[in-house]
Ligand binder design. Structure first.
Ligand code: ZN
Length: 362
């Protein structure tokens, strides 16, 4: 099932709404309907998500200009995510991509401030006017103050120097000018973790929400660190170095029951399906076992995956690992000039990582 669906696109980048977002919309409307929220608050919540889209779009726009493929922007109830290809390990470009989001928010906040000067509402501006109040009679000044507040908080929060916030990336980009990318990531991740610990301690005394944010930051810093360790451990390793060369294959007309027997006997979880010398599909144990036992009297070609994601023997393993993770699949057929030359699985890559990890710990 698709977990998100497209609502519109801006300059070729689809903006998708995650399914869980519908629940949030429902809650907003219910609260507005019950009078817990005024319509103004419901409007501000919608505006908050428009602001998140603008923020994500700013990252994506700059990334696209550097030739990074941007697949889509997904809106979740907790914020937005830009799904893009690998960000260049070029500190200058990474810095610009990372800073584009918060910078846009700060510019919008500044425009609101100018607006308040023009409307004359600047005099009434105070910290408390940033907070969203459940008032039935909102005016332009309140709106400008609230919009200023939303953008300022979003901009500043994202500039915190910790992964997964943009500020963590900005920090890494700065560090990467003086040291290797891996070392910069390690350093930025550990600064982020220390920052999270400080924040949690601060939260104990002042605000419990800060503890939740701190946990989120700590986990984010750790994940980023692991991702970069994986990429550095796999550095220089090519698909041809670890792929399985003698690939067991099936023909399109192999009955599903027979395919299952072969899988049990040979203990492979996936088989490329070959018609003569042509790769026409891939069939996995999952595909087969999903078919009810009494309905397995048809050939594998009826249930095999035909949209194949392929690997190339000369491709870096890290690339393949990303393709496998992103598409949530177990294995990729490896082809060279249209000819099947091997197969590479997630398990193969995990084994290599385990061995490297054990090696480095010795
Ligand atoms: Zn951002």
């Amino acid at each position: 099932m698709k977990s998100s669906f497209k609502i519109f696109s801006i300059s070729g980048i689809p903006v998708e709404l995650h399914i869980s977002f519908l629940l949030l919309i429902l809650v907003i409307f219910l609260f507005a309907f019950l009078g817990i929220f005024t319509l103004y608050v419901a409007f501000l919540i919608v505006l908050l998500f428009v602001t998140v889209v603008i923020h994500e779009f700013s990252h994506s726009y700059v990334a696209k200009r550097y030739g990074v493929p941007v697949e889509r922007i997904i809106l979740l109830p907790i914020g937005g995510v830009s799904a893009m290809g690998e960000i260049p390990k070029n500190p200058g470009q990474e810095l610009n991509i990372a800073i584009a989001g918060p910078l846009t928010n700060i510019i919008i906040a500044f425009i609101c401030l100018l607006g308040l000067f023009i409307t004359g509402g600047i005099g009434s501006l105070s910290i408390s006017s940033f907070f969203i109040s459940n008032t039935p009679n909102a005016d332009i000044n309140l709106f400008l103050s609230n919009f200023l507040g939303i953008n300022l908080v979003l901009g500043v929060f994202n500039l915190l120097p910790a992964f997964p916030m943009d500020g963590g990336r900005v920090l890494r980009a700065f560090l990467a000018r003086k040291m290797s990318y891996v070392k910069a990531t390690k350093t930025a991740a550990s600064i982020g973790k220390q920052f999270a610990i400080l924040m949690a301690i601060f939260g104990i005394f002042f605000n419990f929400i800060l503890i939740l944010v701190a946990i989120f930051i700590y986990i984010g810093a750790d994940q980023e660190y692991k991702a970069i360790m994986v990429s550095s451990m796999l550095e220089g390793l090519l698909v041809k170095d670890i792929m399985t060369r003698n690939v067991a294959t099936l023909t399109p007309d192999t009955p599903v029951t027979e395919a299952l027997n072969i899988m049990f006997k040979q203990r492979h979880m996936g088989y490329p399906v070959m018609e003569g010398n042509n790769l026409v599909g891939i069939i996995t144990f999952d595909d087969v076992s999903r078919v009810p036992e009494d309905k397995r009297n048809f050939p594998v070609k009826d249930i095999m995956s035909k949209n194949l994601i392929l690997a190339n023997p000369e491709e870096p393993v890290f690339n393949t690992f990303e393709k496998i993770s992103r598409n949530n699949i177990g294995r990729l057929p490896v082809t060279e000039n249209g000819r099947l030359v091997g197969i590479i699985s997630k398990t193969d890559i995990m084994k290599v990582l385990e061995m490297m990890d054990a090696e480095s710990a010795r």
